[in-house]
Ligand binder design. Sequence first.
Ligand code: ADP
Ligand code: MG
Length: 224
Amino acid sequence: MKSICVKSLTKVYDNRVTALKNVTLSIEEGSFIAVMGHSGSGKSTLLQMAGLLDLPSEGSVVINGEEVSSLKKNELANVRMKTIGFVFQAFHLNPQLKAYENVMLPMLINPEYKKKSEIEQHARKLIDKVGLSERAEHYPNELSGGEQQRVAIARALANDPDFILADEPTGNLDSDNEANIFELLKELAKSGKGVMVVSHNEAILDYVDKVYYMKDGTLAEERI
Ligand code: ADP
Ligand code: MG
């Protein structure tokens, strides 16, 4: 079973702000989990630790059976590139690139892909998969927020990661687009990805298999 397991994670910023306290949770393939909590409760910090974007002060992160704390920086980046796709509230698309070109980016830095034509073909397939075939040639500023987030999800899928980690993915969207994005993430989990969304949006509860609640850096409650 593929999984990201975070165990007894503590994160202290600047020797002063304890953003996470002894947090344990796992993200498993084929399942969709939400971590909810108010602003400042530690959700983004947890996502960054689980996604190897930052290291915890204490505790461990085990990805597909491998303890990652002993890895060097470039090894961490490699594991991250191959196993995790990220989605953020603000989409973070490159405004100079068309939708499908944004999706090509992660593959251009993956040495497993050699030919640019192959990369483009795969990017276009992913654009189709997120329902944007008609929009592939558009630039981000010609797309709605919901469409931009779909492009970002397609980009997160580019290197066929085992896991998708999303930080407030619907924070900038209206409720129709929000439902579409949650539905898409749910489908990805059904197709075998492990999906974690951190959010303070209760609407997500209709989609997920499991929800955790964060409060002041601790995982306060789990409801199934
Ligand atoms: P959430 O995503 O739930 O809003 P965060 O994980 O962003 O919460 O923040 C948790 C706590 O850690 C907050 O008190 C925040 O101010 C603090 N924090 C987050 N990132 C940093 C950082 N890079 N440096 C210092 N403090 C931080
Ligand atoms: Mg946050």
